[in-house]
Design a protein around this ligand. Structure first.
Ligand code: PLP
Length: 394
């Protein structure tokens, strides 16, 4: 029996603000009526501002995995070769999906502690003189590791190789938390999800698409129906969908987009940067290891902590859950038991961070994990010495 609020500190789904919950708690309306049309147009426009694009953003009633599949099925055909940067578990899963959809997947191996290497991607593309590679697939923020990849540098590498491959980017755990610019960075398909920086429950998937991606989709007759962009984009012109959309989640989306806009995207990113810096200060003070080894690639959405040798991260997480009613992220795939992840993204503030870090630190003592005291104090010092980016008690 726990009292007070559960601490949901996994790197998504994230805490849904009360404002968003209240917006969702409305009568479901006629999805072909005039009120819905206005809602549809409003959320589509609002999404464009968050993805930083003037092009269509397609919203699916789906998880992020569905939006991954939509990105592949619309632009690529069986037999096409794709280049996947193995940054962690989610990049691996996206590549595995491409293989299931009968694409030829070429992986650039990674150690799950660095971001995708623009130099390696550029070199591989430069070798591919026959332009056999049809797409480069990169996860912007690897949720399994807390490592980000430099999307603008990868774009420059593709351009320097004079390669026509499409550039597909997963921004599921970075959108609305870490700076991202679909148009400016020359991304062809950006994949998003509702349950992280957008502060919504799970259930919406997004594709932001470039003109080049739209042209590839028009020329691509590979099998798809539900995921096909064109019918959706046509219906979206008046704010509708060709099928029954997730009406109440779209009410929530309208509210969460308003919250992001009110705070200002730059303030949102600065808030996440500051909480991530404070989290890293705590980890260093505890004399524990951050999984990400490249300071330029530190994620502002989550931080993965390496457990000391001989200690199981999941047993530790279980102690924290039972004792403090806080969920921390598990280690995924080969990181199972070796790391736990602290989510500091979405609807979050200084005191939520301090509560989270206090639970983490108290959990070490209870679970018998060796650590040095003082992480919470170190994080507090970072917060005290950095100015909060405007008001963020939304
Ligand atoms: N890509 C990334 C980076 C993710 O973090 C996730 C989920 O956590 C996914 C893809 C898969 O999304 P979903 O679980 O919503 O299908």
């Amino acid at each position: 029996m726990h009292t007070g609020r559960h601490f949901l500190q996994i790197p998504g789904p994230t805490n849904v603000p009360d404002r968003v919950l209240r917006a969702i708690d409305m009568p479901t309306i006629d999805h072909r009526g005039p009120e819905f049309g206005r809602l549809g147009l409003e959320v589509i426009e609002g999404c464009k501002a968050v993805f930083r694009t003037g092009n269509p953003v397609i919203i699916y009633p789906s998880s992020g995995t569905g939006a991954w599949e939509a990105a592949i099925l619309n632009t690529l055909s069986p037999g096409d070769r794709v280049l996947v940067a193995e940054t962690g578990h989610f990049a691996t899963l996206w590549g595995r999906m491409a293989a299931k959809l009968k694409l030829e997947v070429e992986t650039i191996p990674g150690d799950w502690r660095h971001g995708a290497d623009p130099g390696e991607i550029g070199a591989r593309l430069a070798e591919d003189r026959g332009h056999v590679i049809k797409a480069v697939m990169v996860v912007h923020n690897e949720t399994s590791t807390g490592v980000t990849s430099r999307i603008p540098d990868i774009r420059r590498a593709i351009d320097a190789a004079r390669h026509p491959a499409l550039f597909l980017v997963d921004t599921i755990s970075s959108l609305g938390s870490i700076d991202y610019r679909h148009d400016e960075w020359g991304v062809d398909v950006t994949v998003g999800g509702s349950q992280k920086g957008l502060m919504l429950p799970p259930g919406l998937g997004f594709n932001a698409v470039s003109d080049k991606a739209l042209a590839a989709a028009r020329g691509n007759s590979s099998r798809r129906s539900y995921w096909d962009w064109h019918e959706i984009i046509a219906a979206n012109a008046d704010g509708y969908w060709p099928y029954t959309p997730a009406t109440n989640l779209l009410y929530g989306l309208r509210e969460s987009l308003a919250m992001l806009q009110e705070e200002g995207m730059d303030s949102v990113f600065a808030r996440h940067d500051r909480h991530a810096a404070a989290t890293r200060a705590a980890i260093r003070a505890w004399e524990l290891e951050i999984l990400c080894v490249d300071p330029y690639a530190y994620s502002s959405a989550l931080t993965a902590v390496v457990m000391p040798e001989g200690h199981d991260a999941d047993r530790y997480r279980e102690v924290v859950l039972n004792k403090f009613d806080m969920s921390l992220g598990t280690g995924l795939a080969k990181l199972k038991g070796c790391v736990f992840r602290i989510g500091h993204l979405g609807h979050f503030n200084d005191l939520m961070l301090m509560g989270t870090l206090a639970g983490v630190e108290m959990g070490f003592a209870l679970a018998g994990v060796p650590y040095r005291k003082g992480g919470v104090g170190a994080a507090m010092a970072v917060l005290e010495h950095t100015v909060p980016p405007g008001k963020h008690h939304m």
